[in-house]
Design a protein. Sequence first.
Length: 46
Amino acid sequence: MKRLCGLIMFCVGVGMAIKVLIPTTLALLVFIIALLVLGYNLFCQC
């Protein structure tokens, strides 16, 4: 279950990172980085 949640968060983070091509705010950048890191950690955790 952790792997699935991690994969979902990571994919959401990647999708939001693509949105960075459009002008963005600092809060959105922090949220994107948090989703990517949390998703990666949950997905890769043994």
